[in-house]
Ligand binder design. Sequence first.
Ligand SMILES: Cc1cc2nc3c(=O)[nH]c(=O)nc-3n(C[C@H](O)[C@H](O)[C@H](O)COP(=O)(O)O)c2cc1C
Length: 729
Amino acid sequence: MTISIWRYSHLALAVSSFVFILLASITGIILAFQPISEQIQPYKVADLNTISVAELVTVFKDNYPEIIDVKVDTNDFVIASVFTEEGDNLEGYFNPKTAEYLGEEIEVSKFFQWVTSLHRSLFLKGIGRFFVGLCSFLLFLIAVSGSVLILKRQRSLKKFFSKIVNENFNQYWHVVLGRLSLIPIIIITVTGVYLSLEKFDLLPKAETSHNIDFDSLSTTPTQAVSEFKLFKNTPLSQVKSLEFPFSEDVEDYFILKLKDKEVIVNQFTGAILSEIKSPLVDMFSGLSLNLHTGKGSILWSIILAIATANILFFIYSGFAMTLKRRASKLKNKYKKDDAKYIILVGSENGSTLPFANAFHQQLLKAGETSYISELNNYNTYKKAEHLIIITATYGLGEPPTNASKFLERLKAVQQEQTVSYSVVGFGSLAYPAFCKFAFDVDKAMQIKYNQLLEPFTINDKSVEAFSQWIQKWNDKVGLKITVPKDGLVSKPKTNKKLKIISKTKVSENPDDTFLITLKPKKTYKFTSGDLLAVYPKNDYRERLYSIGKVNGNIQLSVKYYENGLASNYLNNFQINNQLKARIIQNSAFHFPKKASRVVLIANGTGIAPFLGMLHQNRQTETHLYLGLRTQESNALYESQINALLKQHKLTKFHLILSQEDKKRYVQDVLFRDAIFIAETLNNKGIIMICGSLAMQNGVLNMLESICVKYNNKPLSYYQNNLQIKTDCY
Ligand SMILES: Cc1cc2nc3c(=O)[nH]c(=O)nc-3n(C[C@H](O)[C@H](O)[C@H](O)COP(=O)(O)O)c2cc1C
């Protein structure tokens, strides 16, 4: 079953019952405070586990000539009805140890009575009760369908409670709070349904009546009540009520109601005259009432109040997400067969649609014929020249729901004319399969159509990256499309405060590169290979730097450009200044926890994450190939690298200089060490590449030929095994 069926069910249930659920939740939160208000009264004076029925009866008999009954309520307050020596009837709370009268029984306030009535029946009596019961059941189904959605999102039962990436406030908290309140909500709803069934007499009735042999009743051997075995062995915590004999006639007896049974006891001998187990239905009724209302436990009442308040948040965040998904409707001016540009979108939660739509609108504005649709609607387009596929990735590299059939349709539907295509992947580096579906689409498209541009990836809805892609695309097709930022931009989430603790001078390095070290103000969770996002103008313009974690600090290597927005921004900081930025987890580019050997390949500033990884390295055999321009370029890193070699955190270092004597590039040295590289991959070692895209391409080509020549396998074999990790720009 697809995720959308569950999502539509979840939504349909929520829409159909939301008014009732809203009312029931608000009143439920208020009612959770009723048991709390009772529990804080000072009538619980002793631990009922430590007092026996015999002790209670003895002390009451010593103090009062006549006792009608004694009850223990859900708050563990002892309530009794007695007559005093003066003939006055005393009813209310008593101290079970001393039989001292403590006060009158609390009456539920008019306000709570009113709210209870609204909660139970909406003041509509039977019909209201029916609707409330039905909504309780619907809420149960909403909780179940919600759990299935979380399961689908997390991919397995084992991961049900594992970490959620916080990409969007409503979505994140909907899932996180949903998981936390799942069990209380299931309990609230199941007990709510049970109580409704009970009110409508729909539960099986267990008829119970005692069968006492009155003829054989005897007053001997007489025992003092304090010596009755049952009374001595039963603590008050087990008792619901004890009715005293009406008179001293042997046919009158004690009726002791316990949590699980009712016992008739001879008032003279203590003999058990009859015993009936409480029917399960009654036990469940009591349990349901306590669990549903929180009676008797302040902690459970608070949990119920919080879980019910969460329901209000689910209503809000659920509708907000739905509105967002639906906000960006795809509208067309031209028919599919009349357009030159076809934009196909894959989106699960709707955030990719505004990007695709903005691009579509700008094409129309530029006088071009453009058609936009979902990937699943892929079809023939008679006049199409360019297909633009803009798609998110979900799960472990899977398509969003509206793109799930695309790859199948692509096989079946063939464009008759020649078309070119470009793929833009929207994804998040926080997931290991970054933009994987976009790459899969590109691969499948390559077989049939002409690739105009390499697949372009966009992390975390970066408007800046999208603009860069449009620029590249413009250059290829000869257009001048620009996309207005408003509507696409959300405020940068610069939630990490960092203090600049050291910075080298640009002028001291022949390549205008500087090292900057930032100390986190608090203990933030990050590691080498993660990304630091800085916002030089505090707007949509975002620059990402690969982080090296060195002694708990962030070390970046930055190339300075005279007109470079971010490099100027970082270079202008003084020691002790504070920088606000964002840390993006980049789990696909972390140093392997376990590997037979690691080969790190970098050029220029791409060394930064590797320096951090080497500092963090415990005992993995690690080889570093670093491409720089001149020997002097290495002065920036030399002392750290020497220290790492000395500490055996780095096994071997290869410095490759492109501007000196042999003028070599990294791939040239990889060619020299081909057997070593092939062996590394063959033995399940890992190769990590960081630096310029040009270097990456050169290195990947070299690796491809090494793999084929020495290992008889294509590079893709090792890429699929996740043995090649790249982070290039
Ligand atoms: C449950 C979930 C799973 C995701 N899985 C991946 C993934 O495997 N790879 C990836 O690059 N992005 C992944 N993402 C990130 C989305 O692709 C990214 O946020 C995208 O911009 C969402 O676009 P949409 O709102 O149009 O669906 C995932 C997001 C969520 C919420």
